[in-house]
Write a protein that binds this ligand. Structure first.
Ligand code: GAL
Length: 715
């Protein structure tokens, strides 16, 4: 017999069609849980296994439950859960997965489904996280591992208090095909669901709470933020070593090398075993690479080849269907997790491999298991599809956690709850503009995304893509298909080198941005919409006024959609340029902004047009910004290795910045082994800007050597 919770029974007994109010229970500061029906035991947060970072949550302002809470309703109908969340006229919503074309989600209809992105923002994507944030300062998470349908401000109830009036299309110019809708409706194909409501007060606070609730943002090792090259698929150990040496000889920074499928004896499906021809002595190879200052990362997918030593043992714990004739481990079974984990640990971790790129867990339908497939643990094919990315990240990460070593890798699919897992999403799609939109959207939903460089038809596109990727979570050239190097386009080889050096010099800034992500939940790369000063007043610009009502019936709903510029770390506004562009518009929020390269004043609360040459990506800096640069190195400094700082100050304002430091490699920061160095810039009696940096606390990590100051604006 089916079991119902008391609450479930109560809701179940409500008259059909009548939506019931949800009872909310506060579970963390600013986070409430509501239940409708009987939620399934298997959920996104359950698989991710995250636990809230309470200390971080306690640093956020105290807040009351969002006003909409008592207007949210839920009901079980037709064996599914229907939910309804009210919307105000001036509300915009963000999130709902890793979308590539849209930032504003209001008015869209999506079915959230883990899949390879197929050029439509219809919910099928690598990380279809069922979380949305309102511009009014609250967020909603649906904790279900099902294909969830969301009508994000579309659909009008006949009893809606805000419904528009019926208009005559023949004569009324105000008639529109998309009539006004005042609610987000959600359909979960299960007889119950758990919902989380996050309070602000600001949309950024909502995201911070969500990230902290899921364990805090991912904390990469310091070396993870350096440059990474993925070598051609069939490279041998010798070729990889030669390429590594060539980076060194040419003076291009490099921190880790990714080996693509050819390192394995068989791939698609995989053995997880080294190919003896191309890699006759894997342990010696990994050690030699490490001696060169470069770590090794391995590509794999989780489908087990009949030629793998774990095939037989895994067989009983695998899916009814295969992928490329390899078995699909049922990771909901502890036994399957252990078999795979032991194999990875023994073959790779034990010889010094630094992490993974875990491929093909997202889609597409033609090669993954179909929805009719069964898994021995009883989890449905649909639930497994929604969570497979979380499983592979967690299983591989746990090996590193157990050995107190950080890892940083890649994965092609994820979902809600994966916030703390140090994996960056990538894909096979290759539209530079859409890659930037994805980077913006990743910041709403607690995931990381890289606009990887893979190929180009010309040196301008090549350089433009490198410019973007060095201002992203993972600075990577993925040369698996075309054997390319950063210097492959000779006429821009020096410019690319300068970019890699810039990336390296800014590691203290990026590392601090990630520490802010981890400890305070602030996404290192995020939308302009989350920036104070980017507001309706500023953004209801001409373009919006001219918007076709039919396309956008929500003129009241805050602002232009900005899809091609973003915030990076505490102070930087990055406005990438794309192949063929000679100039571009940049929207500067309120406050004084300065040019990153020259320190010159750029504007305040206005749209400017910039026309840099192809060697510059437009970047702007907030007044009072303090940006720590380190000396140029070819490999990120390891634990205990000191680096010198050049601290840059922009603008005229006095300011304070906290620079994060720890050993860069272990999880000892979880035990308090870190320091925040206070950097202050103030005017002295003569009115001249002067900087100070606090000493490292006694007994705390201290990697900082000599410090020099550069006042970019007041030289
Ligand atoms: C693709 C992946 C590429 C590359 C390739 C190797 O699925 O997206 O980045 O790793 O596999 O076969």
């Amino acid at each position: 017999m089916k079991k119902f919770s008391i609450l479930g029974l109560f809701i179940f007994l409500m008259p059909l069609g009548l939506m019931s109010q949800i009872i909310w229970q506060q579970i963390e500061a600013g986070v409430w849980k509501g239940i409708v029906g009987t939620p399934e035991k298997y959920s996104l947060l359950g698989v991710a296994g995250c636990s809230p970072l309470k200390e971080g949550l306690s640093r956020l302002p105290e807040v009351a439950i969002p006003e909409i809470s008592d207007k949210i309703t839920g009901n079980i109908q037709d064996g599914k859960t229907a939910l309804c969340f009210p919307l105000q006229r001036d509300e915009q919503i963000y999130g709902l997965g890793l979308n590539f074309k849209t930032v504003h989600q209001r008015g869209r209809i999506v079915e959230l489904h883990v899949d390879h992105y197929h050029e439509r923002d219809d919910g099928r994507t690598h990380a279809p996280v069922p979380f949305y944030i309102s511009s009014s300062g609250y967020g909603v998470l649906i904790n279900s591992a099902r294909y969830i349908k969301v009508y994000a401000g579309s659909g009008i109830r006949k009893d809606s208090p805000n419904a528009d009036v019926a208009r005559d299309r023949n004569t009324d110019k105000k008639w529109t095909a998309k009539a006004y809708s005042d609610a987000v409706s959600v359909l979960v194909p299960a007889e119950g669901v758990e919902i989380y409501l996050f309070a602000g007060p600001t949309p950024l606070d909502v995201i911070r709470r969500y990230n902290l609730f899921c364990g805090g943002g991912a904390m990469p090792p310091r070396w993870g933020l350096g440059f990474t090259q993925r070598t051609h698929s069939l490279f041998s150990a010798e070729q990889v070593k030669n390429e590594t040496d060539e980076f060194e000889r040419r003076g291009y920074p490099l921190d880790f090398m990714g080996l693509e499928p050819g390192w394995q004896s068989k791939s698609y499906p995989c053995t997880f075993e080294w190919d003896k021809g191309r890699y006759p002595s894997p342990a010696a190879f990994v050690k030699e690479m490490r001696d060169k200052g470069v770590r090794v990362n391995l590509w794999t997918n989780p489908y087990v080849s009949p030629a793998s030593s774990i095939y037989k043992e895994m067989y009983p714990f695998s899916c009814s269907h295969t992928v490329w004739c390899g078995i699909v481990p049922d990771f909901n079974s502890e036994k399957a997790r252990n078999i795979w984990q032991d194999k990875l640990e023994k073959e790779h971790f034990d010889i010094g491999v630094s992490g993974y790129k875990i491929d093909e867990i997202d889609g597409g339908d033609r090669h993954l298991w179909p929805d009719v497939a069964t898994f021995p643990s009883g989890v449905s094919a649909e639930q497994m599809r929604q969570t497979y990315g979380l499983w592979v990240q967690k299983i591989s990460y746990d090996i590193y956690k157990k050995h107190n070593q950080r890892t940083y890798g890649l994965v092609r699919g994820s979902n809600a709850g994966g916030n703390a897992l140090p994996y960056v999403i990538y894909n096979d799609y290759y539209n530079h503009r859409d890659f930037i939109t994805a980077l913006i959207n990743s910041g709403f939903i607690g995931i990381l995304w890289t606009p990887e460089v893979r190929k180009s038809n010309n040196s301008e596109d090549w350089l433009r893509r490198f410019q973007s990727v060095i201002f992203s979570p993972m600075a990577m050239l993925n040369a698996w298909a075309k054997d390319l190097k950063p210097w492959s386009f000779p006429d821009v080889a020096e410019e690319v080198k300068d970019l890699l050096i810039l990336r390296m010099r800014m590691i203290p800034y990026w590392y601090t941005a990630f520490a802010q992500y981890h400890f305070n939940g602030i996404p290192p790369f995020r939308a302009m919409n989350l920036e104070p000063g980017f507001n309706a007043e500023l953004s209801i610009a001409e373009e919006v006024k001219e918007t076709d009502l039919e396309k956008n019936p929500y003129l009241e709903a805050v602002s232009q959609e900005i899809k091609d510029q973003y915030m990076a770390g505490e102070y930087l506004l990055v406005a990438p340029m794309f192949y063929g562009e000679k100039e571009r518009k940049v929207l500067l929020p309120k406050g004084n902004w300065y040019d990153f390269y020259t320190g010159e004043y750029a504007g305040n609360g206005e749209t400017i047009t910039v026309a840099p040459g192809i060697d510059k990506i437009p970047v702007f800096v907030k007044d009072g910004a303090i940006i720590p640069f380190m000396n140029a190195m070819l490999h990120t400094p390891s634990h205990g290795e000191k680096f010198d700082l050049e601290i840059r100050h922009y603008g005229k304002a006095n300011s304070t910045y906290y620079l994060y430091d720890d050993d860069g490699e272990t999880f000892n920061y979880e035990k308090g082994e870190y320091s925040w160095r206070k950097i202050e810039v103030k005017r002295n009696k003569k009115g001249k800007l002067m900087g100070t940096i606090s000493k490292a606390e006694k007994g705390k990590p201290d990697n900082i050597g000599n410090v020099t100051w550069k006042f970019m604006t007041e030289k």
